[in-house]
Design a protein around this ligand. Structure first.
Ligand code: ADP
Length: 426
């Protein structure tokens, strides 16, 4: 059996799921791992996404973990490697995009990689090296206020230059518009000049397609999930990737259904409201947690009375005023961790009582739940809404059986997401 073709390293978990979903849609059978796996690579997959949590860790840690991921993917037999970061280039003057990309180049013994976070379908475009979010420059898009990676410069050549040792080049839109051969020619010229990276302009999907095609056979490619979309075609053209029409087929575990929500974003609040109107729901009250009530026990006893008949919702999601009030009393960090911990324990309890199809809302909440369930990886299946696929778990879960999981971060999905998602499983 041929090994996987594309080995990806994602710098955060939901970004990894986004990338994996994109690859599945392009016909690659894909698994996503939680961190660098302790097990050997699964068979019959075309792409593997190792999802790290390295976006904001100290650069040395991010580099070490990324190199471990690379070694694991090399051992799995991958032929090309993809370093995935956010389409808003989330990083600081210290890293971690530059140091990780440089370390991956060194480890692979190659001298050049493109850098292209553009995703025109999601309104992330690059022109003359400047990143736009919609019509706003990155540093005027709201990203300048990000708590961990404030993006105060939209010029990615300059941004990346702060993070790497060698001079950074630009492949401008004039070159990209001429197509893949012109892009390759420009790459060769940049390599002769001693540049190891170049930011690549991309304004439309057509631009990304040409860049993707120019990346055929390059050992390392770096970018957002937009550019990754156009790599499977290269493998298909050279005969390495069969027409995998059923790439998204999952073997769906039968069992009871539940939604656990710890996201307080406005989209999730609307989704919670729709679910509350149609199915039984249980609200986790942070004040009760702070008092030390056995909220996990109460929630599970409640769920047992309802879940056999229909999907149930257990949520801590609350409007901004309530969240602020809770944070004032408990502290922001403590409130978050307390709620995440309880929702994770409730999820594990639900799975033990027979829930085998679980939707989790919230990025951090999903991370806590996946950990509590002991899930070490996910087979990626059909997309429910952009960026949110159904998956099935690898490794042990609380029940010892695989479960179907949909991990939805904050503002993803339509308002009826919790109601309609089940239909995509059958
Ligand atoms: P999102 O993807 O919407 O950002 P996350 O799960 O990443 O969702 O983050 C939501 C955070 O809010 C989590 O840390 C969660 O524990 C916390 N949280 C959830 N409900 C409440 C609440 N009622 N009060 C305070 N914090 C809450």
């Amino acid at each position: 059996m041929a090994g996987p073709l594309l080995g990806c390293i994602a710098d955060d978990f939901t970004g990894g799921t986004d990338l994996a979903g994109v690859l599945v849609k392009q016909g690659m059978r894909t698994v996503q791992t939680v961190g660098v796996p302790q097990y050997s690579a699964p068979e019959n997959v075309d792409a593997i996404v190792v999802a790290l949590k390295s976006r904001t860790s100290p650069p040395a840690d991010a580099v070490r973990e990324s190199l471990e991921a690379l070694r694991w993917l090399q051992q799995a037999g991958c032929r090309q490697f993809y370093f995935k970061y956010c389409s808003t280039f989330d990083s600081t003057a210290e890293g971690n995009i530059g140091p990780v990309a440089e370390a991956l180049l060194d480890a692979l013994g190659v001298d050049f990689a493109v850098v292209c976070p553009a995703f025109p379908a999601n309104k992330r475009t690059i022109y003359q090296g400047h990143l736009f979010v919609g019509s706003a420059l990155l540093n005027e898009s709201g990203m300048q206020h990000h708590p961990l990676t404030p993006m105060r410069d939209a010029n990615l050549v300059r941004m990346l230059q702060l993070q790497v040792r060698h001079p950074v080049g630009l492949i401008d839109h004039g070159t990209v518009a001429q197509g893949a051969p012109a892009i390759r020619e420009r790459i060769d010229a940049l390599r002769i000049q001693g540049r190891r990276f170049a930011i690549v302009d991309a304004v439309t999907d057509k631009d990304l397609i040409e860049i993707g095609s120019a990346c055929a056979g390059m050992p390392l490619v770096t970018g957002g999930s937009g550019l990754a979309m156009w790599l499977p075609g290269n493998f298909r053209r050279d005969g390495a990737l069969r027409d995998s029409a059923g790439a998204e087929r999952l073997s769906v575990p039968a069992g009871l259904r539940a939604v656990v929500s710890g996201s307080c974003s406005s989209t999730t609040l609307r989704q919670v409201e729709q679910m509350r109107q149609r199915h039984p729901s249980f609200c986790v009250d942070p004040a009760a947690l702070a008092r030390g009530d056995d909220v996990v026990g109460q929630a599970l006893a409640w769920a047992e009375a309802h879940v056999a008949a229909e999907p149930v919702l257990i949520y801590a999601s609350a409007d901004p005023e309530s969240v602020k009030a809770t944070q004032c009393v408990l502290g922001t960090q403590r409130a978050g961790l307390l709620v995440e911990g309880v929702l994770a324990a409730i999820s594990a309890g639900l799975v033990k009582t027979g829930v085998a199809q679980l939707i989790v809302a919230g990025g951090e909440t999903s991370g806590a739940v996946v950990k509590a369930l002991g899930v070490s990886g996910l087979y990626i299946g059909p997309e429910i809404d952009p960026g949110v696929p159904w998956t099935t778990s690898m490794g042990s879960t609380a029940s010892g059986q695989p479960i179907a999981l949909a991990l939805k971060s904050g503002n993803f999905g339509t308002d009826d997401f919790f109601l309609k998602a089940w239909d995509r499983l059958s």
